[in-house]
Design a protein around this ligand. Structure first.
Ligand code: TRP
Length: 350
């Protein structure tokens, strides 16, 4: 479901002003973002969220990254290869430029006091509000199964993720705006009822265009159309070779009529910084095999430094566990402090 365009425009305008303020003085901001560790991070994550996160981090914004492992089971029965996915994601963050000495990288399930915020927060929203949240609705539709209570309460645990550390800045794509809106509502209602504890976090709209999967559908590991950051050059080439295209020799950008060809052009364009139509003209009548060759080179060149750094980091068998232990310790200390403030405000310290 899409956001009404007027509120989207308002959010976009607020984001522009916000971006200027962050650049002028990053010290007033704490960013909280993260991922559901459901699979390997791919190019869509890279352009969509990781690049923006690294940019804010490089500006000096205090950075918290959550690996939302409990969120994996909002819409499925098992956690899958969650440990591998968490470890892989940490390697990608580091390779992309997140400095663990200046950032807090942590896992949702390891921070009990964060999760305890759920209980008072749940009392601040109604069932009807959760049912009409567009993100809950679209995730439920995509899951194609009964709505779990964990998925229904998605915006509430996401609010806890952000508010436990008093995060006041959340970079999001436009699909996630309703979540941030509800986080603001929860913070406001808590403060009104019990006294001022939480900031009302602001959404910073990520402007990167959505990266299509190789077949033109949404990029997703489950569709087999995603270029993982951890793939090597040959695996990337093999995946791109399998992309369904067509036999029309002339390469044109037409996402509706030619989804595969256009997704390849978009991917190559993002990796080279050259406009899709310029790339299409460059290939001209050479057909889709030339397009695939160009795209493979573009992706492999773009990711080569990331992949080299990632491989180097992966050689240390303790690195990721050490970083997560330190991140979880720090997140726990902060969550304990916030929970104490919450209990003090609520009068439940005995
Ligand atoms: N739901 C986000 C995703 O699907 C991950 C996430 C969990 C998150 N908690 C968050 C993002 C808090 C921003 C803020 O990737």
């Amino acid at each position: 479901m899409t956001i009404p365009s007027d509120s989207f425009t308002a959010a976009a305008e607020r984001s522009t002003a916000l971006a200027a303020d962050i650049a002028a003085d990053p010290s007033g901001y704490r960013v909280l973002t993260g991922e559901r560790p459901t699979g390997a991070l791919h190019l869509g994550h890279y352009f969509g969220t990781i690049a923006e996160r690294v940019r804010l981090h490089a500006l000096g914004v205090d950075t918290f990254v959550i690996l939302a492992d409990y969120q994996v089971i909002t819409d499925r029965d098992g956690l899958g290869a969650v440990r591998d996915n968490v470890h892989g994601a940490v390697l990608d963050y580091l390779a992309a430029g997140i400095d663990p000495a200046r950032a807090t990288i942590f896992t949702h399930s390891a921070v009990p006091a964060l999760n305890q915020l759920m209980l008072p927060f749940l009392s601040l929203v109604t069932e009807a509000e959760l049912h009409r949240n567009p993100t809950v609705k679209s995730e439920h539709a995509a899951a194609g199964r009964a709505l779990s209570a964990l998925l229904l309460t998605y915006p509430v645990h996401q609010a806890a993720d952000i508010l436990f550390c008093k995060g006041n800045l959340v970079p999001v794509g436009k699909d996630n705006l309703p979540h941030i809106e509800l986080t603001r509502v929860i913070a406001r209602r808590f403060n009104e009822r019990y006294g001022p504890v939480f900031p009302e976090p602001q959404a910073l709209l990520t402007t990167t265009p959505e990266v299509p999967g190789l077949d033109g559908r949404k990029m997703s590991k489950s569709y087999g159309n995603a270029i993982s950051l951890s793939m090597n050059a040959d695996e990337t080439a093999a995946l791109i070779r399998r992309t369904p295209t067509d036999s029309e020799r002339r390469i044109t950008f037409d996402p509706e009529g030619r989804p595969g060809v256009s997704a390849l052009l978009t991917t190559a364009s993002l990796c080279t910084g050259t406009d899709v139509t310029v790339l299409a003209d460059q290939i001209g009548d050479q057909g889709s095999s030339a397009l695939k060759k160009l795209t493979t080179e573009a992706v492999n060149t773009y990711l080569s430094a990331h992949r080299a750094r990632r491989a180097e980091l992966a050689r240390d068998p303790h690195l990721v566990s050490d970083i997560l232990r330190a991140g979880n310790d720090r997140a726990n200390a902060i969550a304990d402090r916030t929970l104490t403030e919450v209990r003090t405000a609520m009068g439940t310290i005995y």
